[in-house]
Ligand binder design. Structure first.
Ligand code: BES
Ligand code: ZN
Length: 456
């Protein structure tokens, strides 16, 4: 094992350069103009996996290709799947980046680029740990297959079918994912719950074209105003959602869990400063940690109508639209929530408006028991790498595919996040801490040892 750790330590400068190469591809899955970049990025990852010594293939899907790269399978050995995604969020707004998003730059302890923490940097850590075993001739205690997809940021539309088609080849003892966070370098953590998500779009159309607001205003309803009033009926001023039936399936937080969550490090002042908000917000009688990880939400992600150019334009816009997402907690069902939202919006839509509703992507919330042997093995690996006792975390973000792993492959996922609270995923100046990068590699190396030692 020492050879593995030495290899990781002696090569970390070279690893960093490789990661910078990986980060150079603008693999933005949401934007069709990046289709060729997606393919180029996948090709790079395939070559890199081969270089490491993994048996690798690029698997086409109706969308972006999936990369499968594995160590040779051995009879009777445990088999783990490491999941990651090579697609990234759009870098916009570009003017808020201090340096170009796809020219990864090192500043202090950080690597700054779109995709650095979400998710190229985080799954790269596992590739390097496996490389260290292979290149030093150290026997890997378990077989490992990497599954790296290119559509996570747009809902993993084609991955479920892919899992079903490759069910046999992907049969495994467990999944490992680093695509989430930890509270600080002093607080490594195993995440045992993620929120689900349900997306919707609503569009209201009033007049058949933009109208002169002086000539017609007062006699014709305004779609932007009508939409705002409708959206205003989704949530009260404290963040409690006012859609009938919305909370019906929410599992109450147990007193035990609330006590555990209360132990997580949290400073309201620092949190406020980190986010740049004037004041915090949220449902009464829940802490900020509970609000952002264990309670459901309703958010407007985009709101569009009327004139957005310079100066003023006196019109009644012809239409208004909004993109919405809801974060869900156990045992809420995305499809049911989408139905409740649709019913509610139709009910509150005034007779002056034509309403169009589009149901978007969705994913169920995830909850696993952190007391099982694999989770305990993961906690030991974290402790070994970070030198600190690990915490148990619920996270507010979503990785919907973990539920499909459970349904299709019948296994749970160890969520071993390496991202820090100020890493800015989905925001300008996304970064990944070099300390997390190094500790992540050590954690991964240890993890395979710990998992390999478990009774099956
Ligand atoms: N890495 C995130 C998910 C995440 C971040 C989970 C932090 C827990 C903590 C992932 O790439 C992501 O952004 N997922 C989307 C999923 C959506 C598009 C279905 C999300 O949560 O918005
Ligand atoms: Zn993301």
């Amino acid at each position: 094992m020492q050879a593995v750790f030495d290899y990781l330590r002696n090569n970390d400068t070279a690893f960093l350069e490789q990661l910078r190469d990986y980060l150079r591809f603008p693999s933005v899955s949401a934007q069709p103009q990046h289709k060729a970049d997606m393919r180029a990025c996948a090709d790079w990852a395939v070559s890199h996996c081969r270089l490491i010594g993994l048996q690798t293939r690029l698997c086409p899907t109706p969308g972006n290709p999936v990369i499968l790269a594995g160590t040779p399978r051995r009879q009777g050995r445990p088999h783990y799947l490491v999941y990651g995604h090579y697609d990234v969020q759009p870098p916009d707004p570009l003017d808020l980046w201090k340096t170009p998003p796809f020219e990864a730059r090192i500043e202090g302890d950080n690597l700054i680029a779109r995709g650095s923490c979400d998710n190229k940097g985080q799954h790269f850590v596992h590739l390097k740990a496996v490389e260290a075993y292979l290149k030093t001739g150290t026997e890997l205690p378990v077989d490992i297959t990497f599954l790296i997809e290119g559509e996570e940021e747009v809902g993993s539309d084609h991955l479920v079918d892919f899992l079903k088609e490759h069910r046999q080849e992907l049969a495994c003892d467990g999944i490992v994912i680093s695509d989430n966070g930890i509270p600080s370098l002093k607080h490594p953590a195993l995440t045992y719950s993620l929120r689900g998500v349900a997306a919707m779009e609503v569009k209201l159309t009033g007049p058949s074209r933009d109208l002169h607001s002086g000539l017609f205003g007062g006699s014709v309803d305004n779609p932007a105003m009508a939409l705002c009033q409708m959206l205003g009926s989704l949530r009260d001023r404290r963040g409690r959602i006012t859609i009938p039936g919305f909370y019906d399936d929410v599992v109450k937080l147990s007193a035990y869990e609330r006590r555990q969550l209360a132990k997580l490090p949290f400073s309201e002042g620092q949190y406020r400063k980190l986010l740049g908000v004037k004041a915090l917000f949220g449902e009464q009688s829940y802490t900020a940690i509970e609000q952002r990880s264990a309670r459901p939400t309703c958010e407007i992600n985009g709101l569009t109508s009327g004139y957005q150019g310079a100066g003023s334009k006196t019109i009644i816009p012809s239409w208004a639209s909004a993109k919405l997402t809801f974060r869900l907690v156990p045992d809420m069902k995305p499809k049911k929530i989408q139905q409740l939202v649709a019913r509610h919006l139709k009910e509150v839509c005034p007779p002056t408006m034509r309403i169009e509703l589009e149901v978007g992507h969705s994913g169920e919330p995830y909850l696993m028991s952190p007391t099982g042997p694999q989770a305990q093995a993961a906690l030991r690996a974290l402790k070994g790498a970070f030198g600190q006792e690990s915490l148990l975390l619920r996270e507010g973000g979503s990785i919907p595919i973990v539920n499909d792993f459970r349904k299709i492959l019948g296994v749970d996922t160890l969520l071993l996040g390496l991202s820090l609270p100020d890493d800015n995923p989905h925001s300008p100046n996304e970064k990944f801490s070099l300390t997390c990068f190094r500790r992540g590699m050590a954690m991964s190396a240890k993890l395979w040892e710990e998992l390999g030692a478990l009774d099956r």
